[in-house]
Design a protein around this ligand. Sequence first.
Ligand SMILES: Cc1ncc(COP(=O)(O)O)c(C=O)c1O
Length: 385
Amino acid sequence: MHYDFNTARQGPGTGCEKYDKRQQIFGTDAVIPLWVADMDFAAPDYIRQALLERVALRAYGYAECMPAWREAVAHWLRSQHRWAIEEDWLLPTAGVVPSLALSIQLLSQPGEGVIIQPPVYFPFFGLVRENQRKLLLNPLREVDGRYQMDLEQLEAQAPRARLLILCNPHNPGGRAWSHQELTELAAICARHDITVLSDEIHMDLTYPGIQHIPFAQAAGACRHLTLSSSGKTFNTAGIGGGYAIIHDPALRQRLQRVQNTFHLNGETLFSLAATEAAYRHGHDWPGELMAHIAQNRDRVYAACQGSPIHPMAPEASYLLWLDCRPMGMNDEQLQRFFVERAGLGLSAGIIFGAEGSGYMRINLATTPAIVDKAMTQLAQALSDL
Ligand SMILES: Cc1ncc(COP(=O)(O)O)c(C=O)c1O
């Protein structure tokens, strides 16, 4: 391994949310922060170099997305995900969540139904509600300790929906949806004229041996668009930016127009540089990163062995979903246990929807030393119960 996953770069006073918002989120700074989905490590050096070169120019005017950026993104999708796209299918965006908001505005009317599959990345709830759309829930089913889609229930509610927001891979459940699951979902959505907005921000973060399947490869006749970015993979979320991949030229032009309407025109000078450098030089990063994350996952597995906390085996993402229901606590007691007794700042499962009640989400993208310290504190707190 030539990347350093053993040194934490984020820390108190560095202006990062994970550390510097602890008081606000947990009511104390005295927790190891294992919540918001970014990483404690340094981004790779080729990203730093690209940003430094950009800074050295001392020209920070309006940015133009150059052909080299399109080439780098298309090459990444082809080589990492066996997804051959045309470069002009790419539309730079301000980020995945802003593009979801714009897509909801573009492709549905107030009062129309938008399906999400909880427990799921919590901003999806607000995106639907705050845009005055009707929130339709298609909860995942837990089968043998693993989430599956409830396609029967989806079929039943599909006539009331205009859009479906897909989380592929799934946060917080860690599923990398199979080709068959995606094909079945696409067939239902095509039959009911539902457009799928596929959020693939975790696409590069699959565990060794697991292949991410882009929804576009299973979509068939289903209208869809895909939103992603390099920010989650390479730990540059604070720089912003992302991109849409839209095969249908009319749909692409419409999203471009709505971006113009809100003056949310794509990436910034720095995010374009970061993405291009990441995708040009970072082909070995996801594999090395996820091998490291797998070791951290195993440390948590070992610590939870024989305890009332049962991690759900993930296929993707550096987030681990902990089933704490056997602890017999309600959500408030659970959060208090982790903060006050264990000194750990995790994401409470309940924020991902009612289906997350009794769960906690832990972020594994940190150093082995921090994971070990966290697990020692957890073991102590559990033994004091
Ligand atoms: C599923 C999912 N979508 C989107 C985002 C954030 O995307 P962006 O920062 O590009 O808006 C996250 C961050 O955790 C996420 O987990």
